[in-house]
Design a protein around this ligand. Structure first.
Ligand SMILES: Cc1cc2nc3c(=O)[nH]c(=O)nc-3n(C[C@H](O)[C@H](O)[C@H](O)COP(=O)(O)O)c2cc1C
Length: 193
């Protein structure tokens, strides 16, 4: 591949003591190790969202995020499952942009304290990313029973994830590469060729 794929990763919860941060930082470190990905790390906690106004009208107030998504070939969303859904703050951050996401790939990392690994939040996110124009991979990376997966310092305790994260990122690279080719070669009213 001539040019690395630019793939931001977004940590989707601002909860104090969030275990999802361990998963996000570990996946980010795996992205950094790869020669085919240039990653960038974003945390919803760093977005100074106003309480009375959000959506695309204020997307320009978050230029680092907007520029990253314009440049992006793919996106990794790391989300815990809260009442079978996604954190409201994750939705608010995603809602800051719209056309910038179109015809780019997205992959989900989900996190739960219980045994299901956030499978339900992955399903709940599908209609959201579809409306954003993102194309989702079918290889989610799940962290069930997350408190037994990492120690307090965020060190991963389960070596099985090395193989899983490779498959997760390989599929995201395939999808991102295909969509980049499509954006560059197949005309669409949604992007410049
Ligand atoms: C408001 C709230 C709702 C939750 N709902 C669920 C749920 O529906 N399913 C689940 O498996 N875990 C649920 N959990 C527990 C999370 O899985 C747990 O907090 C886990 O550590 C991942 O989230 P974290 O990044 O906030 O730590 C919930 C936690 C909170 C704070």
């Amino acid at each position: 591949m001539s040019q690395k794929l630019f793939v931001p990763i977004l940590l989707g919860t601002n909860r104090r003591d969030r275990s999802s941060e361990h998963a996000a930082k570990w996946v980010y470190s795996k992205m950094q190790e790869r020669e085919d990905i240039e990653p960038a790390y974003f945390d919803v906690r760093d977005f100074k969202l106003p309480h009375d106004h959000y959506g695309m009208e204020i997307g320009g107030d978050f230029p680092e995020w907007r520029d990253a998504i314009i440049k992006a070939d793919g996106l990794v969303i790391v989300t815990p499952e809260y009442n079978h859904g996604y954190p409201g703050v994750l939705k608010s951050v995603l809602d800051l942009l719209l056309k910038e996401y179109i015809h780019k790939a997205v992959a989900f990392v989900s996190v739960s304290a219980g045994p299901w690994g956030g499978t339900r939040v992955c399903e709940a996110l599908l209609p959201v990313v579809r409306e954003l124009g993102l194309t989702v991979t079918f290889t989610d990376l799940q962290f069930p029973s997350v408190r037994s997966k990492f120690d307090d310092d965020g060190t991963l305790l389960d070596s099985a994830y090395e193989k899983r994260v490779k498959g997760f990122l390989d599929e995201l690279v395939w999808m991102s590469t295909s969509l980049r080719w499509g954006r560059e070669n197949v005309p669409s009213k949604y992007h410049q060729t």
